[in-house]
Design a protein around this ligand. Structure first.
Ligand code: CNA
Length: 308
């Protein structure tokens, strides 16, 4: 986290919007690296903006808002996560024009891969296929029991997450009750056993999103090495690039590959050839509709295009 990335020499003769259009027209293997900023227009807060999730956590009195996604804290007290998860639950059946752009690259045969740090699974709503997608930090699409790893579809958990009620695994229920009885007996006798350290989270269902303290999914490690070698254009969108190892992708891409940023805020610890600073739905609609004459299949595309 917050690692300072090495600076990179800008490509000579690559600094204009025309260069970006030419690169997109020519590219065959675009690597799109996305973050929370591509979903904020649907009301899902990002982490680090002033209106983001972390500042909301601070307002709720959490000293370190990152603790909400700490595996260690989840094991001690899963109610912390269950009390706030409703804020970042994905809306059903919707996606943004930016997600529509990624699907467009896929349809044009130009998308090498979308590495998303997002956990909202909205890429699937837009029609990006699992083969073209790497969910670097997992997603809400599935959930697993922290004890026996029993897996369920993510939506099954939504009612619990919305009502802030911890969900338990049906297969661990008996053992959980036994453990609880033993724990209460030991407590009555004034004893303590480290065996009961994680009793609060025994048999608790957890969305398959990567918490701090967990490894990234194998798929990330299996694809990234070959993809950075193969890619001919890198576009980073809606991310502060502060979470490693995903943030390090920008360093792993060969120097001769153009790197473009589309983000609301500038990123001072990385160097891009072209930066489009602003709201990504507007920027991509302008770039596609006005400059490239590409049509993004999204209900708001025409309206954003003509609103200037
Ligand atoms: P971040 O650190 O919160 O950064 C978000 C970036 O997006 C900031 O630099 C903003 O300037 C920018 N931004 C916000 N809105 C827009 C917009 N409309 N157009 C363009 N740029 C915008 O989030 P990162 O993704 O960089 O950090 C990685 C974390 C965030 C991952 O671990 C995710 O799991 C996590 N996250 C995901 C979601 C989601 O799935 N939608 C929501 C919140 C956090």
């Amino acid at each position: 986290i917050n690692r300072v990335l090495k600076s990179r020499t800008h490509l000579q003769d690559f600094h204009t919007i025309q260069n970006v259009c030419d690169a997109l027209n020519k590219a065959e293997n675009v690597l799109v690296l996305t973050g929370a900023g591509i979903s904020t227009s649907l009301g899902i807060p990002d982490f680090r903006s002033s209106q983001g999730f972390y500042s909301k956590m601070k307002n709720l009195g959490l000293d370190d808002p990152q603790d909400v996604f700490s595996l260690e804290l989840f094991r001690r007290d899963p109610s912390v996560f269950y009390s706030i998860a409703y804020m970042i639950l994905p809306p059903e059946n919707s996606f943004t024009p930016l997600h529509g752009f990624i699907k467009l690259l896929q349809d044009k045969g130009k998308l090498l891969r979308n590495y998303t740090q997002n956990i909202d699974n909205l890429e699937a709503n837009a029609g990006v296929t699992p083969e073209k997608l790497v969910q670097c930090h997992g997603s809400f699409a599935t959930a697993s029991c922290v004890t026996c790893k029993y897996k369920i579809p993510g939506e099954t958990l939504y009612p619990n997450l919305r009502s802030k009620k911890i969900a338990y695994c049906p297969f661990c229920e008996n053992e959980r009750k036994n453990l609880q009885r033993k724990f209460e007996k030991l407590e009555d006798e004034g004893g303590f056993s480290s065996r009961f350290n994680d009793i609060e989270s025994f048999g608790v269902m957890k969305p398959d999103i990567t918490f701090f303290g967990e490894n990234l999914p194998d798929r990330y490690h299996n694809t990234i090495k070959e993809d950075v070698r193969k890619c001919d254009l890198l576009i980073c969108i809606g991310t502060s690039l502060k979470v490693a190892p995903v943030s390090e992708i920008v360093n792993r891409v060969p120097d001769e590959v153009p790197q473009i940023l589309i983000n609301r805020d500038p990123i001072n610890h990385c160097e891009f050839d072209v930066e489009l600073l602003g709201y990504c739905d507007q920027a991509i609609t302008w770039l596609c509709g006005d400059k490239l004459k590409w049509e993004i299949k999204h209900k708001d595309f025409e309206q954003i295009l003509h609103s200037g």
